[in-house]
Design a protein around this ligand. Structure first.
Ligand SMILES: Cc1cc2nc3c(=O)[nH]c(=O)nc-3n(C[C@H](O)[C@H](O)[C@H](O)COP(=O)(O)OP(=O)(O)OC[C@H]3O[C@@H](n4cnc5c(N)ncnc54)[C@H](O)[C@@H]3O)c2cc1C
Length: 434
């Protein structure tokens, strides 16, 4: 019910300016001109809602999942771009010129006033740049933090330019009620940026953490444990994740999302399983115990708490084990009566983390590049392997929780659906939104 409510709330928010513009009315114009205005109005509303979708609002991302929220953010950005690109061309043939004394609200003409148009033109040029830079982020070799800062500033600039253009050039935007609506919606959008970059860090600063240990799990994977420094800790569910800042101010952009691999039942210490990838994670081994840390969380909806299925299937690829380990630990610590099976895939033996703790009961190890004496499964986590591990009844009755490389998740998800596992029993977390 919650996702449905959120979809309806989103649709209401992006269509409300259009509906109100229609109610505010004005002398009728040709259909293509009304369509042009409508597309412009929709594009601006979608752009403003992007701030809310990218903001760290737990009520959104914990309901549908951060990966779904971010995918939706990306799709809607492209939709807004499509609307915006069409917007000026459809005005062709409309009477244009400056303001006529008998038409102070510009009901009958489209404006040619350059100051009102220039902000629209600037936003028109900036919006494709922002979307293309986001799509090509991984191909362009600049730091994630730099991109994130540019993305935020660019989006803010576009919103302010569009506000000016809509109010001063728009036939509907110049109506007082619409001006107030756009001001309010822009205020909410800008407020959500301030929330993420100002309010959240202020709250995090009041609840500092301290690193207690950093230990090497495998050649490229580490476990980092932090403990609350003068407060009760994080109220999280096994499987959720948090943004972690280590050794920087709470206001720093150097924060990264990591799944929590510890179990809430184990106490207030929180652990993360971190794989070396880029500039921050490659230096994780150098972090000294005692270093100050900040946590923003918990986020995400990868949780089996309160679910009624008789069994839980955990399917992990590489460092995707992190959230599933948290779930497994919580189930073991609380004596959870549900059956559990873990499939844990890696390329080589050296990459297997927590082997002693996981044991061999309930766990199916898979290696794509196994040594000669390997007694576990060989190959990839694919349909054939799933069929060997799970019975038809388990496919239909159990909850399936997975985390790993995108290709693994797609293969597993497709096979589960083919096997008749209802989609509400398939839970996943993606570490990569691209
Ligand atoms: C919900 C979620 C949970 C995750 N859990 C784990 C985990 O348990 N263990 C683990 O090893 N990795 C996890 N990751 C991936 C981890 O966040 C990145 O590997 C890490 O941030 C890379 O940082 P870097 O500075 O070393 O590399 P960079 O070179 O800066 O970044 C490499 C890539 O990591 C991603 N990334 C970097 N910073 C951020 C950020 N602030 N927000 C979102 N994405 C970012 C980007 O896709 C980027 O291209 C998770 C990611 C997400 C989204």
């Amino acid at each position: 019910m919650k996702p449905l409510f959120m979809i309806l709330a989103y649709l209401a928010a992006v269509t409300f300016p259009l509906i109100l513009s229609w109610l505010v009315g004005g002398p009728p114009r040709a259909f293509h001109q009304e369509l042009a205005s409508g597309l412009g109005i929709m594009a601006f509303a979608v752009v403003l809602m992007e701030f809310v979708l990218s903001g760290r609002f737990k009520s959104i991302s914990n309901g549908v999942g951060m990966d779904v929220t971010m995918r939706f953010h990306q799709i809607m950005a492209r939709t807004a771009l499509g609307f915006a690109l069409l917007h000026p061309f459809l005005y062709q043939g409309a009477p244009s010129g400056g303001q006529r004394p008998w038409d102070p609200m510009r009901q009958l003409v489209i404006t040619t006033d350059f100051s009102a148009l220039s902000t629209g033109i600037a936003a028109y040029l900036l919006l494709p740049c922002l979307v293309l830079l986001a799509i090509g982020r991984t191909q362009l070799d600049y730091k994630y933090e730099t991109w994130r800062l540019m993305h935020g500033i660019g989006a803010l600039l576009i919103a302010l330019l569009l506000l000016h253009h809509t109010v001063y050039a728009g036939r509907y935007g110049s109506q007082p009620v619409m001006t107030w609506l756009w001001l309010t919606m822009t205020g909410i959008a800008v407020g959500s940026l301030l929330y993420v970059y100002l309010i959240v860090p202020v709250l995090d600063r009041a609840r500092p953490w301290r690193v207690t240990s950093v230990s090497q799990l495998t050649p490229k994977q580490w476990e980092v444990t932090v403990t609350p420094d003068g407060h009760s800790g994080l109220n999280y569910k096994a499987g959720q994740f948090a943004w972690l800042t280590i050794g920087h101010s709470a206001f720093s952009l150097k924060e990264n999302p990591f799944s929590i691999c510890s179990a809430p039942a184990a106490g207030p210490e929180v652990s993360f399983m971190i794989k070396e990838l880029g500039d921050f994670t490659q230096t994780i081994g150098q972090v000294k115990p005692g270093t100050a840390a900040y946590l923003d969380g918990p986020y995400g909806n990868l949780s089996v708490e309160g679910r009624s299925e008789p069994g839980v299937a955990l399917i992990a690829g590489g460092v995707g084990l992190a959230p599933l380990l948290g779930i497994l630990r919580q189930m073991r610590l609380t004596g959870d009566p549900r059956k559990v099976k873990l499939i844990y895939g890696n390329r080589v033996v050296d990459q297997i983390a927590y082997g002693d703790e996981l044991g061999s009961q309930e766990v199916c190890y898979v290696l794509s590049d196994p040594p000669a004496n390997w007694r576990g499964e060989s190959g990839y986590i694919d349909a054939a392997l799933l069929d060997r591990v799970f019975s038809a009844k388990e496919f239909s009755d159990w909850a399936f929780v997975m985390c790993g490389p995108a290709i693994m998740m797609d293969i597993v998800e497709d096979h589960l659906i083919q096997k008749g596992t209802p989609s509400d029993r398939i839970l996943s977390e993606r570490f990569d939104y691209d």
